[in-house]
Design a protein around this ligand. Structure first.
Ligand SMILES: [Zn+2]
Length: 278
């Protein structure tokens, strides 16, 4: 996995950069055996998984705000938003969703009919069941379903229903989802979700030391899957479901805000200056 990345870096398709100062890290400064890299300007060691594997510098990333991203300053608070919309992902997940849930719904309707027949009353003979209806019960393996078979089917279906629900949520997220980072003196959080249906991860902006990437290579894929980490008292990780351009932009914005040795501080709220920190 690491060798693959280094081969990529060598072929010029991507360069490994320091997550703190964005300086490109030379091949000589990487110790593959220990899995660490040294950034000369920072004089710091980083794990290889924390490096930013990108051919674009932070300046280049920030020069143009990608479509679906926004940065809003309002008084003392700063809100960064990145949309998770990806039409190819949505189409892919929708197909998977239709396929999986189409099959699951057949079995689910049998299970519901079985529960109804065993607990409430007979189901009518015209009721559309794949195996037909006998004695007011759906047929399973050439016999009317009893309560045991029905309950077994229900248990058996739980993981499939979970996957189906996950696919529905994933498809909805790839169409309408977004990641929002709010940095405010009163309450700072990262929220991920769809509109009101979202979960919040609170963090203390004063305790954030750095913004890192967390790369885990997806086997058989050219680009490693990655997420953004806010490293502080409680490290939080997010953004893995964002399209890579928007994730890079969001990470670059956050790095500019939280990197202690950054020259350009225009993007940083005054109350977050290092001398105001604890
Ligand atoms: Zn550095």
């Amino acid at each position: 996995m690491v060798l693959k990345k280094i081969a990529e870096a060598f072929s010029g398709s991507s360069i490994q950069r320091c997550p703190q100062c964005d300086h490109p890290i030379a091949y000589e400064s990487i110790n593959i055996k220990e899995g660490v890299a040294c950034c000369d300007p920072c004089r710091k060691l980083f794990r290889l998984s924390e490096l930013n594997w990108s051919h674009r510098s932070r300046e280049e990333v920030l020069a143009k705000t990608p479509l679906g991203c926004s940065k809003v300053e309002w008084g003392q608070s700063l809100t960064l938003t990145a949309s998770a919309r990806s039409i190819p992902t949505f189409i892919g997940l929708s197909f998977a969703c239709l396929f999986c849930n189409g099959i699951v719904s057949v079995f689910l309707s049998i299970a519901i009919a079985g529960l109804w027949a065993n607990l409430v009353g007979p189901i009518p003979g015209w009721f559309p069941m794949p195996g037909g209806v006998r004695q007011g019960r759906p047929i399973m393996n050439d016999a009317p379903m009893n309560l045991g078979t029905t309950l077994f089917l229900c248990l058996f279906l739980i993981p499939f229903v979970t996957i189906g629900t996950g696919l529905v949520l994933g498809a909805m997220f790839s169409l309408l989802g977004r990641v929002k980072v709010v940095i405010d003196q009163v309450e700072s959080y990262v929220s991920t979700g769809i509109g009101l249906l979202s979960w919040k991860n609170r963090f203390d902006p004063m305790s954030i030391d750095s913004v890192r990437f967390s790369n885990s290579s997806g086997d058989g894929e050219s680009a490693p899957k990655s997420s953004i980490q806010l490293v502080g008292e409680d490290t939080i990780e997010f953004g893995s479901m964002l399209p890579s351009k928007r994730r890079q932009w969001l990470a670059a914005c956050l790095q500019e805000i939280f990197s202690p040795n950054d020259i350009s501080r225009d993007s940083r709220p005054v109350w977050l200056e290092p001398n105001n920190r604890r």
